[in-house]
Design a protein around this ligand. Structure first.
Ligand code: FES
Ligand SMILES: [Fe+2]
Length: 392
């Protein structure tokens, strides 16, 4: 079913290619400039979007084996993710005794976690299994002092976590079937090659760029060239948007059954996952994806992005490794020196008061769709949050 939907998108990209047109929104769209720097707005976005919605905090390939774990700081919260016999679990990385950060390493493998402060020990399921000097400490109901568990779902080779322990939002509902499409990548068996971090501008200034092909042959002419094309087609599931491009060359597969369309062609383009992920395909040293994982910083003007590189096959030869490294270095350069450098200069201009809005064209439907969803989520209270994804 998912594959049929993916091939359907490819057929649509083919049709747009034949007609020489692209997907367009109904009209132009204005975003008030203050939405990019107003501190109250920024606080509201952090709380209502990043603290309430499921976020992709990792890829399955980062913790492939039983006992593997990773830690990550997400919008000011320390998180621990473990792979247990009962699946992937997520916790606040905080000891239940007096609150120390339980796990210091960024990743590894362990069957016990011992707190560096007073040696309370937990298992990967989050249970408190040992208290140091238990007799002297006093009577304690260990079951009430496990780690604080967070809603978590592993699907399509990605790990979603909701930072609010009390969240009632079903992660599958939020995904609106989109993870079924992402599953066609087969990330569950891919190899985690590298993660690198890039500092960036306001998170929406940064994210706008991931939803935008319009700028590709202009801003990236030195790095990606000018043949790359500036037209995108947008396909959405709930708040999540996949971008394809008009492509007449897909006609060679037109008469084939769905299974025979090549994966690398039908999965191409950019797959964004609301509110902070973009997945794009590359080929240095073998088939790879860059999962850009964007987090707002402490102020409206700052963000950071983890570029997580997964490769379909682990590169083995020196040449493959070199090519992969060159690809990752290029992407770090493109994002840091072209996209984010532009964004950092742009956000300074937004504050000047010279204009009260920025504009998204009919060809920038992805950005329009994204900002509409941001507004809808900010307007929705906790009780009605799930309804937002029922209605799409
Ligand atoms: S804070 Fe962890 S054992 Fe005391
Ligand atoms: Fe870009």
């Amino acid at each position: 079913m998912s594959r049929a939907q993916i091939v359907e998108m490819a057929r649509s990209d083919l049709e747009y290619g034949r007609k020489g047109t692209q997907d367009q929104a109904k009209g132009l769209f204005k975003v008030p400039v203050s939405h990019y720097f107003d501190p109250d707005r920024f606080r509201e976005e952090t709380e209502k979007i990043f603290h309430r919605l499921p976020l992709v905090l990792g890829a399955s390939a980062e913790i492939p084996k039983l006992g593997d774990f990773k830690t990550i700081e997400a919008v000011g919260k320390q998180i621990l993710i473990t792979r247990t016999k009962k699946g992937v679990k997520a916790f606040i990385n905080m000891c239940s005794h007096r609150g120390a950060r339980l796990v210091q390493e960024s990743c590894g493998s362990a069957h016990r976690f011992t707190c560096p402060y007073h040696a309370w020990t937990f298992n990967p399921d989050g249970d408190l299994v040992a208290v140091y000097s238990a007799k002297e400490f006093g009577e304690l109901d260990k079951e009430s002092y496990g780690l604080t568990r967070l809603p978590c779902l592993e699907s399509a080779g990605l790990v979603w976590v909701t930072l609010d322990p009390g969240s009632e939002l079903d992660i599958g509902l939020f995904l609106s079937g989109y993870d079924g499409l992402l599953a066609e990548f087969g990330f569950g068996t891919w190899h985690h090659q590298k993660t690198q971090r890039v500092e960036g501008p306001n998170w929406k200034v940064a994210y706008d760029g991931y939803l935008d092909y319009y700028h590709l042959p202009i801003l990236h002419r030195e790095t990606f060239g000018t043949d790359i094309g500036n037209k995108a087609n947008y396909y959405s599931w709930g708040p999540h948007t996949r971008m394809g491009r008009p492509d007449e060359t897909l006609q060679e597969f037109e008469d084939l059954p769905d299974e025979d369309w090549p994966d690398e062609r039908i999965m191409a383009g950019v797959w964004t996952i609301f509110p902070h992920i973009s997945i794009a395909s590359f080929y240095g040293g073998g088939r790879s994806v860059m999962i850009s994982q964007l987090f707002p910083g402490d102020t409206p003007e700052t963000s950071h992005t983890n570029q997580i590189f997964l490769m379909k096959e682990k590169p083995e030869t020196e040449q493959q490794i070199r090519e992969a490294e060159a690809q990752f270095a290029l992407l770090e350069y493109v994002v840091e020196e072209e996209d984010y450098a532009t964004g950092i200069a742009l956000q300074k201009n937004l504050r000047l008061g010279a204009r009260d809005h920025v504009l998204f064209g009919r060809n920038e439907r992805g950005g329009q769709y994204f900002h509409n969803w941001v507004d809808r989520i900010l307007e929705t209270d906790d009780e009605n949050l799930s309804d937002l994804f029922l209605t799409g």
